[in-house]
Design a binder for this molecule. Structure first.
Ligand code: ADP
Ligand code: AMP
Length: 214
């Protein structure tokens, strides 16, 4: 099963993608997580990506595509994947469609997690992330069992630099300009499904399971 998660930054794509990955035994591939891991390790890719990410801008398509196309060659992608944060531009979506088509393949679903901008800033200000394993929590809506510690690996939780309110507003603008057009792109492809992302985390997941099990 090959799934793309769509939605504004902070809509809950990562939270749901992790639940889908665990339930359907497919890898969760987050370009944001891969960039952050590269920044942490101090790689050339990380240095290049950081400058864009800190400003709330998208990393250029060439860099992103190089990274993701390499990830698809790994053995764990044989049974599909859930993509979180990719594609984010029409050019990226077209490159993905073309590469799948060349292999006689196609995506199964693009799931849009729909959350209005008004709810996003609150979500992002409470987000706490584990840099060690990518676990994501919210101080009010999805708190870790022990404050400041990741439930999954015990790592320290931190506030993402790009979750500051000014950067969040910029990321929302970038989302509306560059990523939201993917909703029409995947509607035209006949694979778009929408879920109401303002509901409780488990209710959103129930709606997604209804789509995937249909
Ligand atoms: P994205 O991957 O779309 O940027 P995340 O999955 O990291 O978003 O979620 C953003 C923040 O909102 C996190 O702190 C997460 O715990 C919280 N969150 C995710 N889904 C919900 C939900 N349905 N209701 C309330 N908070 C949520
Ligand atoms: P995320 O963790 O998905 O919120 O992504 C964090 C940041 O990483 C984004 O604001 C972008 O700067 C960058 N990024 C992640 N995925 C992509 C992508 N597909 N294209 C361009 N930039 C990306």
């Amino acid at each position: 099963m090959k799934i793309v998660m769509l939605g504004a930054p902070g809509a809950g794509k990562g939270t749901q993608a992790k639940m889908i990955a665990a339930r359907y035994e497919i890898p969760h591939i987050s370009t944001g997580d891969i960039f952050r891991a590269n920044i942490k390790e101090g790689t050339e890719l990380g240095k290049k990506a950081k400058a864009f990410m800190d400003q709330g801008l998208l990393v250029p398509d060439e860099l992103t595509l190089e990274l993701i196309m390499d990830r698809f060659t790994k053995a764990d992608c044989a049974n599909g994947y859930v993509l979180d944060g990719f594609p984010r531009t029409i050019a990226q979506a077209e490159a993905l469609t073309a590469s799948l088509k060349a292999a006689g393949d196609a995506l199964d679903y693009a799931i849009d997690v729909d959350v209005p901008d008004s709810a996003i800033v609150e979500r992002m200000s409470g987000r706490r992330a584990c840099l060690a394993c990518g676990g994501t929590f919210h101080i009010m809506f999805n708190p870790p069992k022990v404050a400041g510690k990741c439930d999954l690996c015990g790592g320290e939780l931190s506030i993402r630099k790009d979750d500051e309110p000014e950067t969040v507003q910029k990321r929302l603008n970038v989302y509306h300009e560059q990523t939201q057009p993917l909703i029409n792109y995947y509607t035209a492809a006949g694979i778009l499904k929408s879920v109401d992302g303002t509901q409780d985390v488990n209710k959103v997941f129930d709606d997604i399971k209804d789509i995937l099990n249909a």
